[in-house]
Ligand binder design. Structure first.
Ligand code: ADP
Ligand code: MG
Length: 514
């Protein structure tokens, strides 16, 4: 391939002036301000890379091919460089082919031929892909360059009895030492050449194996580390999603992390510009459902048996199931919002990232009920509000929270706000009533301990919320009755293909209020 020929090839195609002169882009010294979308653009990334290469390459070429490069014809220099790069690629391929032929011809034979004289290695092409102890191929032996007296191209030096071949123990040992330089940079080999170390083939091969397995191990460790940091914050894909939200103007800034839980990370953000169909709250909470799957395994039962997601569940891969958690939280929050229950308002859902309104102010999230000290009056008020909300949730939203406790209720603006409803299910979920009973237990215990004398016990609360009239007066029997009811419902679904509405058979639950 003739570099000059390639350099002279005319360029066609539209584009800015500098592009039409040089399709690969001459270095552009003026800094261009561009949007995040531009930065994400693959095309721009390629152009930038080429610019960088073009900026770095002239120096190298200037040494090798000085006369071709001048300050004046900087525009054509990149054509030339490209041609030279192509030529280099071509030569590398050619050399690789020669090596293959050489190997094929020589096989295991002690006497070998070499094509070395036919190689087209460029002076600046010093990288070596060799990793075998291959006595035929001495091209990239750095040792030879330093001490050219070891062997000649013929494969031996000296005369008569004093002949030293390249198979000589000392020569091989030195070569092996020199080849250690090819190990990964982090693998410390010391200055073997300086101390004239001679490694036997056996030792060299063992070291080489070790170096490679270390390299693989360190790559694995690195990957693990990446994953664990992603677990603490977010992985690169999620980061990209968040950047896109900011870039699109939906969010102004993401200020920081509010909470890092087992299954999600929550960030605070300032809302961006409202669009035609969407008003974005001034402060937002971004809930990122973790894409590491382990934590979700034990939550299968919430979603797998939820008939709303049942058909889809079996067909989905784990990543998509995690998206369903976010989707589920969105749907549940919307139902609650429609019923007027104080809860975050959904702003948008993108894959496993849910943006909602922020409960709190000036980046400070509202405290959880477990962390706030309420006056006895507020405590009582909170209790009746929660009782009311549980009934609304059950009756109007057809939902059971399923993780209701002082950890998932925030105190803000003198009232309780419900959050964290990704696991909420409908009461007819095969375990829905058990979940409700657990919620009732948490609420009862919290308020009874908190000194609210009016607080119902968990069984009374359960009946008050569900409208069912389970009469068992101890927890074990009560739970057994709950499970029997669930089973009855399941059987009904099996036999009739639809759910019973028996959970409200005693009529609507009475609405408790202060
Ligand atoms: P997890 O499943 O990790 O418990 P949560 O939805 O409970 O997720 O959120 C974790 C924490 O993040 C909450 O305890 C609360 O402090 C905070 N948080 C979540 N959503 C909001 C919100 N909309 N506004 C303010 N803080 C929130
Ligand atoms: Mg929570």
């Amino acid at each position: 391939m003739d570099p000059v020929g390639v350099a002279a090839a005319p360029d066609a195609g539209p584009g800015p002036a500098w592009q039409s002169k040089c399709p690969w882009g001459a270095p552009n010294t003026t800094s261009i301000s561009c949007s995040l979308a531009d930065v994400m653009s693959e095309q721009l990334a390629k152009e930038l890379q080429l610019e960088e290469e073009n900026a770095a390459f002239p120096e190298v070429v200037a040494v090798a091919e000085g006369p071709f490069i001048t300050g004046e014809n900087i525009d054509t220099s990149s054509d030339l460089m490209l041609a030279q790069m192509l030529q280099m690629e071509f030569d590398r391929e050619y050399d690789a082919q020669l090596r293959r032929e050489e190997k094929k011809i020589n096989g295991d034979s002690k006497v070998s031929i070499s094509f070395e004289n036919y190689r087209k290695v460029h002076p600046y092409d010093s990288d070596s892909s060799e990793d075998e102890v291959d006595w035929q191929d001495t091209r990239h032996d750095p040792y030879r360059a330093d001490k050219p007296t070891t062997t000649s191209r013929k494969g031996f030096i000296g005369k008569g009895k004093d002949i030293t071949t390249k198979h000589d123990e000392v020569v091989c040992g030195r070569k092996n030492t020199a080849r250690m330089e090819n190990f990964a940079p982090e693998f410390q080999v010391g200055d073997g050449i300086g101390m004239d170390l001679k490694l036997s083939n056996q030792v060299f091969n063992a070291l080489k194996q070790h170096a490679y397995s270390e390299e693989r191990r360190s790559a694995r460790l690195h990957e693990k580390k990446e994953h664990s940091t992603a677990e603490k914050a977010v992985d690169p894909k999620t980061r990209l999603l968040l950047y896109k939200m900011v870039n699109a103007g939906m969010l102004e800034t993401i200020t920081g992390c509010i909470s890092t839980g087992k299954e999600s990370v929550v960030f605070h953000a300032y809302g961006g510009n409202a669009t035609e169909d969407k008003v974005i709250p001034p402060e937002c909470a971004i809930k990122v459902f973790k894409t590491t799957l382990n934590e979700f395994k034990n939550r299968d039962k919430y979603i797998k048996d939820d008939y709303r997601f049942k058909d889809r569940f079996s067909k989905l891969n784990p990543r998509k199931i995690i998206r369903m958690w976010a989707e589920k939280e969105m749907h549940n929050l919307t139902r609650m919002q429609n019923a007027g229950i104080p809860c975050p308002q959904v702003v948008m859902l993108k894959k496993h990232v849910l943006v909602m309104s922020f409960i709190g102010q000036d980046q400070v999230p509202a405290p959880k009920l477990k962390d706030v000290t309420l006056s006895s009056e507020d405590m009582k008020k909170a209790y009746y509000q929660i009782l009311n909300m549980m009934q609304q949730l059950y009756k109007e939203c057809n939902l059971v929270h399923a993780d209701l406790s002082e950890y998932n209720m925030l105190w803000h603006d003198g009232k309780v706000w419900l959050i964290d409803v990704s696991q909420s299910v409908e009461p007819t979920h095969p375990h829905g009533l058990e979940f409700l009973f657990r919620d009732c237990r948490n609420v009862s215990q919290f308020f009874q301990k908190g000194g609210v004398a009016e607080a119902l016990n968990e069984r009374e609360l359960f009946n008050a919320v569900s409208g069912l009239n389970i009469t068992a007066d101890n927890e074990v029997d009560f739970q057994a009755e709950i499970e029997a009811l669930e089973k009855m419902n399941e059987d009904h679904v099996q036999n009739h293909g639809k759910k019973l509405s028996m959970f409200s058979s005693d009529g609507d639950p009475p609405i408790y209020d202060e």
